[in-house]
Design a protein around this ligand. Structure first.
Ligand code: NAD
Ligand code: DAU
Length: 343
């Protein structure tokens, strides 16, 4: 029987991963340690409340007293999704990013090493590689060159993970994925923000010239890749995950507006993100060649499904687009020297 500790499992990708695992391995048991920050949402786990295979524990990965007990009965693997994950928030205030992403990862590594955990997956990001020009793509050997405090905190965590493998022989693996999209993503990230703004006939704030490129992967393809690494990945290795689906932000905005029957006049060019990475692109050849993983969901289909999900879940959207969410947008646009009604 597969026994996992997932951290950050009330967030976007972590909650999809838990569902993926329980569907694919009906005998599995998953403990889910999540602090429930603004991004953690138990509604993402609806339907699992009474499922005995899933145990939710509210707790902080920085806190050894919270993180140690779920390891006590022995687990087959720990998968660390817990993080502060939004670049714009790290520009506004980076303290929590260092605390959770760096100190929290260190705390987990130390606990897992002492408890002799046999497999540890660090869910990292392609942002650690920095920005690309035209043509090439990030491979696992691309040097780390993070540009935002978020990316720097994730790169720091990756270096700690590497050091635990090299120094202690701790069986850790790092995955670095490109931009995820799909249901349940917090509407501060590009795609869910643009979908929910378009649904409400509110402006879509496109940063700079809108020609920044991201490489999009559906969250379920990411989960399948993590599962492949969990089963067959080699300790000490890095695996890049991506679906070869690059689009400029402006094109993503136009596709969302078209799908929702809204006019392109809703596009609002706004102040650029400081330190904005121009392009990300992943070369997933290692995942494909060594682990036999392939992405399955085409962007057109995944985007349509995602839009349908946001349309069908107005309560989920209303809950998350309230309270702290509104304050954050006021602060962010104030910080960038302008006010905007397009939260
Ligand atoms: P998210 O912000 O939706 O979820 C993060 C989760 O972590 C939340 O449930 C939150 O409550 C929890 N958390 C935060 N601080 C915590 C702490 N100190 N202790 C315990 N739990 C805490 O993030 P996401 O988009 O689901 O990303 C998950 C992971 O995947 C992150 O590590 C992120 O860096 C990585 N990643 C994300 C993407 C993407 O496109 N979203 C791409 C590649 C990698
Ligand atoms: O590449 C993986 C990373 O993808 C993850 O590690 C991060 O956790 C995740 O947030 C994401 O980072 P990005 O900064 O690429 O995602 P975001 O959705 O914030 O922005 C995507 C692009 O859209 C980027 O070029 C900035 C732009 N953008 C974003 C927002 C929120 C806009 O033009 N307007 C917006 O309002």
């Amino acid at each position: 029987m597969l026994k996992l500790l997932v951290t950050g499992g009330a967030g976007f990708i972590g909650s999809h991963f838990i569902r993926y695992i329980l569907e694919r391995y009906p005998e599995a048991r998953v403990a889910n340690l999540d602090k429930l920050t603004y991004a953690g949402n138990l509604e993402n786990l609806s339907g699992l409340e009474r499922d005995p295979r899933h145990t939710f524990i509210q707790g902080d990965i920085c806190d050894a007293d919270a993180a140690a007990p779920p390891l006590d009965g022995g687990v087959d693997a720990v998968i660390n999704f817990a993080a502060e994950s939004h670049v714009d928030r790290s520009i506004l205030e980076s303290g929590e990013f260092i605390r959770t992403n760096v100190v929290g990862t260190h705390n987990l590594l130390e606990l897992c090493r002492r408890k002799k955990v046999r497999r540890y997956l660090q869910i990292s990001t392609d942002e650690v590689y920095g920005s690309l020009g035209d043509g090439n793509a990030f491979t696992e050997d691309t040097p780390l060159a993070p540009n935002s405090p978020y990316a720097a905190s994730k790169a720091s965590a990756d270096l700690l993970v590497r050091s635990y493998f090299r120094t202690h022989g701790f069986p850790a693996i790092i995955t670095r994925c490109s931009n995820n999209y799909g249901p349940n993503q917090f509407p501060e990230k590009l795609i869910p923000l643009f979908i929910s703004n378009a649904m409400n006939a509110m402006p879509l704030p496109v940063y700079g010239d809108g020609l920044y490129v991201r490489d999009w992967i559906h969250v379920r393809d990411h989960c399948a890749a993590i599962d492949a690494v969990l089963r067959n990945g080699k300790a000490g290795e890095v695996y890049n995950i991506g679906a070869r689906q690059e689009y400029p932000n402006l094109e993503v905005a136009r596709r969302i507006l078209k799908e929702l029957g809204r006019d392109e006049s809703l596009i609002a060019f706004v102040e650029d993100r400081p330190g904005h990475d121009r392009r990300y692109a992943i070369d997933p050849a290692k995942m494909e060649g060594r682990l036999g993983w392939r992405p399955r969901i085409a962007f057109e289909d995944g985007l349509r499904e995602t839009i349908d999900w946001y349309r069908s879940n107005p309560e989920w959207v209303a809950h998350v687009r309230s309270g702290e969410y509104l304050t954050y947008y006021d602060r962010m646009y104030e910080d960038r020297g302008r006010t905007l009604s397009d939260r």
